[in-house]
Design a protein around this ligand. Structure first.
Ligand code: UD1
Ligand code: MG
Length: 450
C-alpha cells in the first residue's frame, strides 16, 4: 500500500546550543532527519515531504543529498505542529493512501511500529503512537476510553488528573492523507501556548464521528533529541545496537565497544573487525575480510579475503577486490585495486587503477593533484613498483613492468619494461674515510680551544 511521510524538521532546537539546525546533528554519521527518513523509507513511501524552517537551506540540502526524490516545503514561522503539517498540503494534494507524521529529531522509530500504525488505520481514522515513559514529565497525555483515544492533552493544558496518566504522545500520527490535511486545517490556537497543536486532530475527528486509537511502542523508539547529552546517549544506543546486530549476523568483533559503525555499514558473515576500527558512511565489507586494528574506512568496498590495516585509511571510492592486502599507514582514495594486489606500507594511492597481483613498494605516492586538476594513475597486472616511487599522474605502468626504487615516474612505462627516474649513483673511492678524519680533527681542535 502507498504511504506518504511528512517529517517535521522546522524547529529551532534551542537546547542544543548550536548554530547548526538540530535535525542536522548526526548519529552514526547521518543527520537526525535522515534517520527519521530511513525509519519511514522501509515502508516504501510514495512521497516523503520534509518540512524545513530554521536553517531550511541546509536541512533541504541534507535531505536531498540522502534522497533526491524528497519533497521539501518550508514553514516560515514555527506556529506549531499542526501548522507544520499543513505546509505539506500542496505537496500531497493528489496523494492517496495514509500519511504518517514523523519528527526530524526522533531517530529510532522502527518500521515495524509504523506498519502496525498503518494496520490500525483499517479500523480507526487516526492512529497515534503512544509510549509509557519512565518519567512522563512534559509529554502530551493520551486520554483513552477503552481502545478509543478520545483526546490528547498537552502537559501545559492538563489538570492534575490528566497529568497522572502514564500513557504519552510520541508525536507520530497516521491518517489518510486527505483526511489528515482536512483535520489539521481545522486546528485553532485556543490553548496555553497559543500554538496550532497537531494533537487537536483527535477531538476534531471525534466531532465528525471518526475514531482514533493508539499503537504503543517501547520508550527507546520515541527517544527525541533535544540536548547534546541526549545526542551522545542516542549515539551510544545506536552503536550498541549496531554492534549487537553485527555479532548476531556472524561478524567477529574482537572488542565490540571500540568499533564505531555508520548508519549504513554493511559487514558480511565471518568478517573479522579488530579493535578500534571506525566506519564512516558508505562502507561494505564482504564475508571473510579482515579489518585490522585502528583503521578508518569510509565510502569503501572491501571484498572477500582482503586484509586492511592495521592503521589503514580507506576513503571514498576505494574498491578493493578479493585478497587485496592494504597495510599500515596506507591511504587509498578513489582507486580500484584488483585481486591479490598488495600495498603494504606507507603509501598514498589516489585516483588510480591497480592491476591484479601488483605489488606497490613502501613509500609509493600517486601524485594525483597538480594544484588544479586531479589525474589518474593506471598500473597494470603483476607490476612491481619499487619503494618510494613517485608516480606523477597522468601516467601508466604496463603489465609486468617495474619501477626502480626512488624513481620519479613522469612518463608511461610500457608493459614488461623497467622505468628508472632518478640520478645515477657515483662512488668516490676512499672518500668516506678521508671525510671522517677531517671532521674528527676539526672536533678535537675545537675541544682544545675551549
Ligand atoms: C509534541 C507534542 C506532544 C508530544 C511531544 C513528543 C504537539 C502539540 N505536542 O510536543 O504531545 O508528547 O511532541 O515529543 O504536537 N515543529 C515544526 N514546526 C513547528 C513546531 C514544531 O516543524 O511549528 C517540529 C519540531 O522541529 C519537532 C517536532 O515538530 O521536530 C515537535 O515539536 P516540539 O516543539 O518539540 O513539540 P513538543 O512541545 O515537544
Ligand atoms: Mg519536543
Amino acid at each position: 500500500m502507498a504511504v506518504n511521510l511528512i517529517i517535521l524538521a522546522a524547529g529551532q532546537g534551542t537546547r542544543m546550543n548550536s548554530e547548526r539546525p538540530k535535525v542536522l546533528h548526526e548519529i552514526a554519521a547521518a543527520p537526525l532527519v535522515v534517520h527519521a527518513m530511513k525509519s519511514g523509507a522501509a515502508l516504501g513511501p510514495d512521497r516523503t515531504v520534509v518540512v524545513a524552517g530554521v536553517g531550511a537551506e541546509a536541512v533541504e540540502n541534507a535531505v536531498l543529498d540522502h534522497d533526491p526524490d524528497t519533497i521539501t516545503v518550508r514553514q516560515m514561522e514555527q506556529l506549531g505542529t499542526a501548522h507544520a503539517v499543513l505546509q505539506a498540503r500542496d505537496a500531497l494534494a493528489d496523494a492517496t493512501g495514509p500519511a504518517i507524521v514523523l519528527y526530524g529529531d526522533t531517530p529510532f522509530i522502527t518500521s515495524e511500529t509504523l506498519e502496525k500504525m498503518v494496520g490500525a488505520l483499517k479500523t480507526h481514522a487516526v492512529v497515534v503512537l503512544g509510549f509509557e515513559p519512565a518519567d512522563p514529565s512534559r509529554y502530551g497525555r493520551l486520554v483513552m476510553d477503552g481502545p478509543i483515544l478520545t483526546r490528547i492533552v498537552e502537559y501545559k493544558d492538563a489538570d492534575d488528573t490528566t497529568r497522572a496518566i502514564g500513557l504519552c504522545n510520541s508525536g507520530v500520527v497516521a491518517a489518510e492523507t486527505a483526511l489528515l490535511m482536512d483535520l489539521v486545517a481545522q486546528v485553532g490556537t485556543n490553548n496555553a501556548s497559543g500554538e496550532y497543536y497537531l494533537t487537536d486532530i483527535v477531538e476534531i475527528a471525534a466531532a465528525r464521528g471518526l475514531t482514533s486509537t493508539v499503537v504503543i511502542c517501547p520508550e527507546e523508539e520515541t527517544l527525541g533529541i533535544n540536548t547534546r547529552a541526549q545526542l551522545i546517549a542516542a549515539e551510544s544506543l545506536f552503536q550498541s545496537r549496531a554492534r549487537k546486530t553485527a555479532i548476531d549476523d556472524g561478524v567477529t568483533l574482537i572488542a565490540p565497544d571500540t568499533v564505531h559503525f555508520a548508519h549504513d555499514t554493511v559487514i558480511g558473515r565471518d568478517a573479522i573487525i579488530e579493535q578500534n576500527v571506525v566506519f564512516g558512511p558508505g562502507v561494505t565489507i564482504e564475508s571473510g575480510a579482515r579489518i585490522r586494528a585502528f583503521s578508518h574506512i569510509e565510502g569503501a568496498h572491501v571484498s572477500r579475503g582482503a586484509i586492511v590495516g592495521p592503521f589503514a585509511r580507506l576513503r571514498p571510492g576505494a574498491e578493493l577486490a578479493e585478497d587485496v592486502h592494504i597495510g599500515n599507514f596506507v591511504e587509498v582514495k578513489n582507486a580500484i585495486v584488483d585481486e591479490g594486489a598488495k600495498i603494504n606500507h606507507l603509501t598514498y594511492i589516489g585516483d588510480a587503477d591497480i592491476g591484479a597481483k601488483t605489488n606497490i613498494g613502501a613509500g609509493t605516492i600517486t601524485c594525483n593533484y597538480d594544484g588544479v586538476f586531479k589525474h589518474r594513475t593506471k598500473i597494470g597486472k603483476s607490476v612491481f613498483v619499487g619503494s618510494n616511487t613517485m608516480l606523477v599522474a597522468p601516467v601508466s605502468l604496463g603489465d609486468n613492468s617495474m619501477t626502480a626504487s626512488g624513481s620519479v615516474i613522469t612518463r608511461d612505462v610500457p608493459a614488461g619494461d623497467l622505468g628508472i627516474g632518478r640520478s645515477r649513483q657515483e662512488n668516490k673511492a676512499g672518500f668516506a674515510v678521508k671525510l671522517f678524519d677531517m671532521l674528527r680533527a676539526r672536533k678535537a681542535a675545537k675541544a682544545k680551544g675551549r
